[in-house]
Every structure is written in structure tokens, then in C-alpha cells.
Design a protein around this ligand. Structure first.
Ligand code: BDR
Ligand code: CA
Length: 310
């Protein structure tokens, strides 16, 4: 039995591979894709999601656009990593998949209501759309199996010294989602920095020989170059697919139960995730946090998924 999932994303190079892992992995049933303004503005992320699925030959999965920006702040973007259009590198084809006219939260709600069993939401961008859904349709919480989010860190940040990008962009949305009581897993930089796009990872992916693999190789070439320039990491960390792997192959990612909060008011620490492994705050645990990754198994799953696509 596969797990029904919605992927909420802001493609983005690593979001692209996350979509392919979700679409190609036999353990997952991708029901819908929603987009959010994040790495680049919403018009690009919405087009990019459709391009990424079109290249992979994925059909019958609706794609809807959601929030253009965070709940309570101005959007911060990340063109310096992902390029002006969010998918720097390859020449982008026209998407063959239309944009669903529904707002993202409405598509999510319809998908949850139509599914015979609770649906998991995998969020790989600022978590605004999920917050909007929970704010406007709290009655649907029992229809959500769990939420897995790429963002935050048990350590330091990548957008500011203390904040990871997705957490920094919409910390209020993260706080709202955390307060929902729905099972929540944070997949942060402490683990995604193990998912490095080494030359041998690239060779393995390219060897899949599919159209998707060839397009992906061009994406990864660009992504590794910008990560080398910006972070001094020529083997760029491919964050977002790790969140998909949590559901696709649970043995691949080790989780720990803990208290998780997010900084909403810091002068230097806005968006920092507070992970209280030692229970110092005396608060009830409210989340699972990824603490380790079986790197080889993870990449084998990605290559296998990409091999199954066009
Ligand atoms: C996260 O920020 C974005 O740039 C990536 O797509 C990923 O979701 C990593 O901090
Ligand atoms: Ca992302």
C-alpha cells in the first residue's frame, strides 16, 4: 500500500528532485502538488513545478498555486542559489501541464476530502500554504496523516547565522503548523547537509539515462556551482528530497522526538528553530526531528525513482 501525499514546494533545484522522488517512488502516491513563493516568486515556482512534472512525464497530478508570500512578512527569495527563474541551468521547456485554477489551500482541501485515507503533506518551502489550510479548514486536520517539512536545523542557519531559509521566510506559518497537534517532522540542515551532490552521485543519476536524469544533471551542475560560490560547498546539499525520503523509505532517515519551537521575535535570531533535545524548557515534545541519514540508501532511492520516470 502506497502512502497518499501532497507535495507543497517552491522549485527550486532540490524541490525538483523532491517532486521526482515523490512521483517515481513506488511507496508514495502523489495526489497533488501545490506551490508557494519562496526560492523565487510564485509565478516562477508555479511554472517550474509544472515543467518539472512535464519533463518527467507525470500526468494526472493537479498543480495549484498558493501564497505569493508569507503570512505576515515580505517575501525573501534565493535567486543567488537557484537563478533568476528558480531553475537555473537547463533551457526550460514549456510545461504541458496546466495550472489548476483552484488556490493551493483549496486543492489541498479537496484532495484531503476525496481521499479514502489520511494524506501526508510534504512541504519543501516556506510552510505558508499548509498554515493557510490549517487556519481556514481546521476541520480537515484528521484527514492529514502527518506533515513532513524540509526546513530549520538543530544547529545553525544558511540564510542568517541562526535561521534556515524556509524557516526564516515564514516563521509565523511554522509556528501555526506546530501548534496544530498534527504529527510533524522537521528535516533540517543538520541532516540535509549529508545529502551532498558529489561527482559520483551525479554520475549515478546521469546513468539512469532518462530524459528526467539528463534534465536533472543540468540542474545539479548549476546548483553545485552556486553552492560552491555562495557556501564554498561544490558538492551542493540537496535538501528537499530528504523530506520525501522520510515517508518513501523510513529506514533511511533517523528521527528523534523532541520539543520544537521557532523564534518569532529575535533581533538576530528570527526564524531560528529551537530544538530542545534535553528537555531544558520542560515543555511537552511536539515534533519529530531528523538526526541522521543513510546516505547511500537515500541516493539509491532517488536514482531508482528517476529511472522510473520519462
Ligand atoms: C531550503 O531552501 C531552499 O533554497 C531549498 O529549496 C530548500 O527548501 C534549504 O534551506
Ligand atoms: Ca525548497
Amino acid at each position: 500500500m502506497s502512502i497518499p501525499v501532497i507535495v507543497d514546494c517552491d522549485p527550486g533545484h532540490d524541490d525538483a528532485v523532491a517532486l521526482w522522488l515523490a512521483a517515481g517512488h513506488p511507496a508514495l502516491d502523489l495526489l497533488a502538488v501545490t506551490t508557494v513563493g519562496g526560492n523565487v516568486p510564485l509565478e516562477h515556482t508555479s511554472r517550474n513545478a509544472r515543467i518539472v512534472l512535464s519533463v518527467a512525464g507525470v500526468e494526472g497530478v493537479p498543480v495549484a498555486a498558493g501564497a505569493a508570500g508569507p503570512l505576515a512578512r515580505e517575501l525573501v527569495t534565493a535567486e543567488w542559489i537557484h537563478g533568476a527563474n528558480g531553475l537555473g541551468g537547463p533551457e526550460l521547456p514549456e510545461p504541458t501541464i496546466p495550472l489548476d485554477p483552484r488556490p493551493a489551500a483549496e486543492l489541498m482541501a479537496d484532495t484531503l476530502e476525496a481521499s479514502a485515507e489520511p494524506v501526508a503533506i510534504i512541504a519543501t518551502g516556506p510552510i505558508t500554504n499548509v498554515a493557510v489550510l490549517l487556519r481556514d479548514r481546521p476541520d480537515l486536520a484528521p484527514r492529514i496523516r502527518e506533515i513532513v517539512w524540509m526546513g530549520g536545523s538543530t544547529e545553525r542557519g544558511n540564510a542568517t547565522p541562526y535561521a534556515e531559509f524556509n524557516a526564516l521566510v515564514d516563521p509565523e506559518a511554522l509556528a501555526l503548523v506546530l501548534s496544530s497537534g498534527i504529527r510533524f517532522t522537521m528535516v533540517g540542515l543538520n541532516v540535509t547537509h549529508l545529502a551532498l551532490v558529489t561527482p559520483s552521485v551525479r554520475a549515478g543519476l546521469a546513468a539512469a539515462g532518462t530524459r528526467t536524469a539528463a534534465f536533472g544533471d543540468e540542474l545539479l551542475d548549476f546548483f553545485c556551482r552556486t553552492n560552491a560560490e555562495v557556501f564554498g560547498m561544490p558538492d551542493g546539499p540537496l535538501h528537499d528530497p530528504v523530506a520525501v525520503a522520510v515517508l518513501a523509505d523510513p529506514g533511511c532517515v533517523r528521527l528523534r522526538r523532541t520539543r520544537l519551537d521557532v523564534e518569532l521575535a529575535g533581533t538576530e535570531t528570527l526564524g531560528a528553530t529551537s530544538v530542545d533535545f534535553d528537555g531544558m524548557l520542560g515543555r511537552e515534545p511536539n515534533a519529530w526531528v531528523a538526526v541522521d541519514l543513510d546516505v547511500e540508501r537515500f541516493w539509491a532511492g532517488v536514482v531508482d525513482a528517476v529511472s522510473r520516470l520519462a
